[in-house]
Design a protein around this ligand. Structure first.
Ligand code: TZP
Ligand code: MG
Length: 215
């Protein structure tokens, strides 16, 4: 399923979900209106991610929500996911595109003009950019304070592809990220750590939609 106009993209991480499992988190976030889910779970084994992914895929499919796998093209293919999200140290985008075929979604994290151009020519569907702000949800080796909104706006101008922004985004700063040019907002903790995940998803999505229609 390739769907345009994603607004809110949840990235799963059970360890950051305050004792709730990712199935519960995803169900509540779907009830609150998220458009896409990415299976991340950095500390799970591949087998554990496969088993969780089988369940998440069913839940997403039933709800008409996009289901993407992080890091691993083999896992995305095994799960028949809607797509895969790859970073610069994963398999190359072109290889992923060849394995996926043209119908599935390929998201690539890119942070320089060269990386963006390579992702585009390999047939990426979106560019992931982050961390925008400081975040405790990912061990960052560089840009520990986040690249900031100015850099996001610069990178956005380098591509025609939709830009998915991630890293330290929450209800209070999401409007500024949209105004800087992000097309889609991806979050872990703003939803996984929320007291009421459904309500937090609704609020975040409404803020994204109202900011987008302002600009
Ligand atoms: N990639 C860049 S920052 C990040 C990832 C996966 C973590 C985002 O988590 P949070 O909690 O939304 O800051
Ligand atoms: Mg990755």
């Amino acid at each position: 399923m390739k769907k345009s106009n994603w607004d809110l993209y949840l990235v799963t991480e059970a360890e950051l979900s305050r004792g709730r499992d990712s199935i519960e988190v995803v169900k509540a976030a779907i009830a609150g209106g998220i458009d896409a889910v990415q299976l991340r779970e950095k500390n799970m084994s591949l087998r554990e991610r496969f088993k969780l992914g089988q369940q998440l895929k069913k839940i997403c499919q039933k709800a008409g929500v996009i289901f993407i796998v992080n890091d691993r093209i083999d896992l995305a293919l095994a799960l028949e996911a809607d797509g895969v999200h790859l970073g610069q140290s994963d398999l190359p985008a072109l290889t992923a595109r060849q394995l996926l075929g043209s119908d599935q979604i390929l998201g690539i994290s890119a942070h320089t003009r060269e990386e963006i151009a390579a992702a585009e020519s390999a047939g990426a569907d979106y560019i992931g950019i982050g961390a925008i702000f400081p975040t405790k949800s990912k061990k960052l080796t560089e840009n520990n304070n986040g690249i900031g909104l100015k850099k996001l706006a610069e990178l956005k101008k380098m591509t025609q592809l939709p830009v998915v922004a991630i890293g330290g985004i929450n209800e209070s700063n999401v409007g500024s990220v949209i105004k800087a040019g992000a097309d889609t907002i991806a979050v872990i903790s703003a939803l996984t750590r929320a007291d009421d995940i459904k309500q937090a998803s609704q609020k975040l999505k409404n803020t994204i939609l109202s900011t987008s229609s302002d600009s």
